[in-house]
Design a protein around this ligand. Sequence first.
Ligand code: CTP
Length: 414
Amino acid sequence: MKIALGVTGGVAAYKAAELARRLQDRGFRVQVVMTDAAQEFVRPLTFAALTGEKVITRMFAQRDSSDVTYGDATATLDSSVEHISVAQSIDALVVAPATAATLARFAQGLSEDFLSTLYLATTAPVIVAPAMNVNMWRHAATQANLATLRERGVTIVEPGSGYLACGMTGEGRLAEVDEIVEAVLARVTQSQDLKGEHILVSAGPTMEPIDPVRFVGNRSSGKMGYAIAEAARRRGAHVTLVSGPTALTPPALDEFVSVETTAEMRAAMLERFAKASITIMTAAVADFTPAVQSSQKIKREGSLTLELVPTADILAELGSRRAPGQLLVGFAAETENVVSHARGKLQRKHLDAIVCNDVSRPGIGFSSDRNAGRILTADDEIEIPEMSKLEMAGRILDALVALRAQQKAPKVTS
Ligand code: CTP
């Protein structure tokens, strides 16, 4: 496995050398990326010698006499598109020490140098270990940037407290190298806890044509289902996403199937269900479809009465076909009696879990980037406070990993 280790400008930059070594001891290949400021504190050659890998020090290619080599390792050897290939090849991005300026760049999505561009370009887990002066650490701007990064799923290894290089005492000292290594291991292993699972996710709305122009549909954006698919992929699962029409760009997955109507979604899900070890039905399937579909555009002459008939309940059908060991998860968007309605669906559709939320609450659900709700299982109820959909996807997958562990655990009888 490969880790990109970002080193930014702080006195603690020298500790990154020890970190690089320790990560290598754990079997990781380490690719060091240094900011300009970091190079004021430590020379790239130190890292080139330790890792045996080229050290990336600038954004654009510049192979000249300033390139320094140590054995086979070249200290400066960059390329203008390298951030993309590095971004795709790494299993984690670790930044230690991370300065206040680096946190700000990451939080704002500024691609000003190789490291901040790499942060934007990678979908691998990101772990940052900040180090700075105590007042900079406590500043509302830094704390807001940290909150943004946490919300986006970045792991923050909190700094320790003590005497700081600036002469002050307080929080801001780079966490112990041991602690950073533990955080990296936890994140990288956690990120593979769905390896071996074949996950089938449905997302978005379905659209039922009234005529060639109009349709019956709903407000689903598809964001929750896409977030689940992306998070599951990152955690090592083989992922198939069956999506109704959305404005989203499909994440890099094993299979992406685009559908429009409920009938098409049903066919796509049934075809793939037997192979799936976990199926998550996030889609907001249209509950009704026009009884008759006009082949010509209906003219605006007088009033129009549409007869709607119920669509097939895809999830209920999957529930009736499930094999032992397969996990099946539904969603329930409710506007009242959220938990009792959702529990009814959990039982009726033979599900292992149902994620329910109150869509009448402002700021969450449908087209929002945020969500909140509860995960209900036969004997548990997990509250999910308001958070980003990607974070919520992580909580849902955590609950499924726990369900899987329960299935595997030997039954204890008294
Ligand atoms: N669902 C489905 N097929 C349908 C309708 C819903 O597979 N035709 C799935 C949804 O993807 C979701 C779950 O069933 O995972 C619950 O959807 P919801 O619309 O809340 O439930 P319904 O059974 O349609 O009940 P109601 O609309 O009456 O609340």
